[in-house]
Design a binder for this molecule. Structure first.
Ligand SMILES: *[C@@H]1O[C@H](CO)[C@@H](O)[C@H](O)[C@H]1NC(C)=O
Ligand SMILES: *[C@@H]1O[C@H](CO)[C@@H](O)[C@H](O)[C@H]1NC(C)=O
Ligand SMILES: *[C@@H]1O[C@H](CO)[C@@H](O)[C@H](O)[C@H]1NC(C)=O
Ligand SMILES: *[C@@H]1O[C@H](CO)[C@@H](O)[C@H](O)[C@H]1NC(C)=O
Length: 397
């Protein structure tokens, strides 16, 4: 009787523990959302992120639910009609709202960060820049979200947040190991980030030695580790600026290393010599031939030669990549389904979702619940079998 009672208690305990565990695994956890507008020089994008509400301090749980390209040019192009800059954001915002349950909308932190295009405009005419910020603030402020504000990002921030996004997306900051513990991957696995927008270019990495120019250093503490990165932003060395210097004219929408190299089929780790040869070969084709090879397919066709040469020159002669170090460059648009850029790192930082100290509690807790469940299951099995054999003996007797 006592044995049966014990087995009952142990069984019940195991059941309760299993239910507790199952509840956190099987029931759809509440999702939380965040919106970041990336107001670049040539266009604006909206990113909608989502994560399980109970795991907000974990890592690798934020996913990208939507990337929406705002119609029209970058907000800095609306200097003569600031109100339009605000209105232009409506379409993407509505697309995002459809994906957010009504009850969550008011709790959805929403940010707008403007980069090089607005930095240039502010230098040129600060009152125009102010009017544009006022217009976007007005539109986002009256939308049914938790609008935190619109601001101008410094080039360094752009680089630092881009670095956080990439390393977060690749699981390089903190990783959930198969033994059920949070581990910090070795520092050597951290990656540097290079980014080329429409009007600026950023480079960010953990340097091998001390940083002598403190204005290029960014320090932060993430998950209990201190990071000191070198970050530099070169204004006016973005692609569009380079092209307009070449009098080709300002092109809209479309940026960066990835698209150009993707078009040229150079994103799968080809050696520098191949990249060099491919770009020169492409540039030497007659325009007639190029047009005929890619009929009506690509409105940026005319830019790939200049763009390709520029990227090659910047990486090789500017940043000093050599034949040996070139293969370490990965031309990527995404890491783990998340678009590479500063937006995710920015949101994670502003919402405090990457804690300064290492997260310990919830994974550890679920791990110990699991261990306890197994122990109780074994105990139940032992007592049940014990009771059965006693009964068996008793019947035989
Ligand atoms: C995440 O961290 C913040 C600040 O450290 C804390 O206020 C919040 O309760 C934490 N959330 C969870 C789910 O642990
Ligand atoms: C800046 O723009 C405003 C409004 O378009 C204009 O009135 C003003 O003269 C401009 N200032 C300068 C310094 O160009
Ligand atoms: C890239 O590869 C595709 C398919 O292999 C080919 O059709 C295209 O012409 C290549 N592009 C260039 C610029 O060489
Ligand atoms: C993140 O935000 C905090 C303030 O919340 C700020 O002190 C810190 O410098 C930011 N991190 C980076 C990388 O800019």
């Amino acid at each position: 009787m006592a044995l049966l009672g014990a087995s009952g208690v142990a069984g019940l305990t195991a059941l309760i523990l299993l239910l507790v565990e199952a509840a956190s695994v099987l029931l759809p956890a509440d999702l939380k959302f965040g919106i970041v507008f990336d107001a670049g020089s040539s266009h604006t994008s909206l990113f909608l992120y989502q994560w399980p509400a109970d795991k907000e301090n974990g890592t690798g749980v934020v996913s990208q639910a939507l990337a929406c390209q705002v119609e029209g040019p970058g907000i800095s192009s609306y200097a003569s009609d600031p109100a339009q800059a605000g209105e232009s954001l409506q379409g993407c915002l509505e697309e995002a709202l459809v994906l957010i349950p009504e009850a969550q909308r008011r709790k959805t932190p929403t940010f707008l960060g403007a980069t090089a295009g607005m930095r240039l405009l502010r230098q040129k005419n600060s009152s125009q820049a102010r009017d544009i910020f006022a217009a976007v603030t007005q539109v986002l402020g009256r939308s049914p979200v938790d609008f935190w504000g619109a601001e101008l990002l410094a080039g360094q921030d752009e680089g630092a947040f881009g670095w956080i996004t990439v390393n977060y997306g690749l699981g390089m900051l903190v990783k959930y190991s198969f033994t059920g513990e949070w581990i910090r991957p070795p520092e050597e696995t951290l990656v540097g980030a290079l980014d080329m927008g429409g009007a600026s270019t950023q480079i960010t990495f953990v340097p091998g030695g001390p940083i002598s120019d403190k204005s290029t250093q960014a320090d932060f503490r993430l998950y209990g580790s201190d990071y000191s990165v070198y970050t530099h932003s070169y204004l006016c060395f973005g692609r569009d600026q380079m092209l307009s210097r070449l009098l080709i004219g300002l092109v809209q929408a479309f940026s960066n290393f990835y698209y150009t190299f993707h078009f040229l089929n150079l994103t799968s780790g080809q050696p520098l010599s191949t990249a060099n040869a491919t770009i020169w070969e492409f540039c030497q084709r007659s325009w007639k031939l190029v047009e005929a090879s890619y009929p009506g397919q690509d409105r940026w066709l005319r830019d790939y030669c200049a763009s390709g040469l520029y990227i090659l020159t910047l990486l090789r002669d500017g940043y000093g990549f050599s034949e040996e170090t070139w293969p370490t460059i990965q031309f990527r648009k995404q890491a783990d389904g998340i678009d590479i850029g500063w937006t995710l790192g920015y949101m994670l930082n502003l919402t405090g979702m990457i804690p300064a100290e290492a997260p310990a509690q919830w994974r550890a807790q679920s791990h110990s619940i699991w261990v306890a469940t197994v122990v109780f299951l074994v105990l139940t099995l032992v007592t049940v079998l014990g009771a059965a054999s006693v009964q068996l003996f008793w019947v035989q007797d």
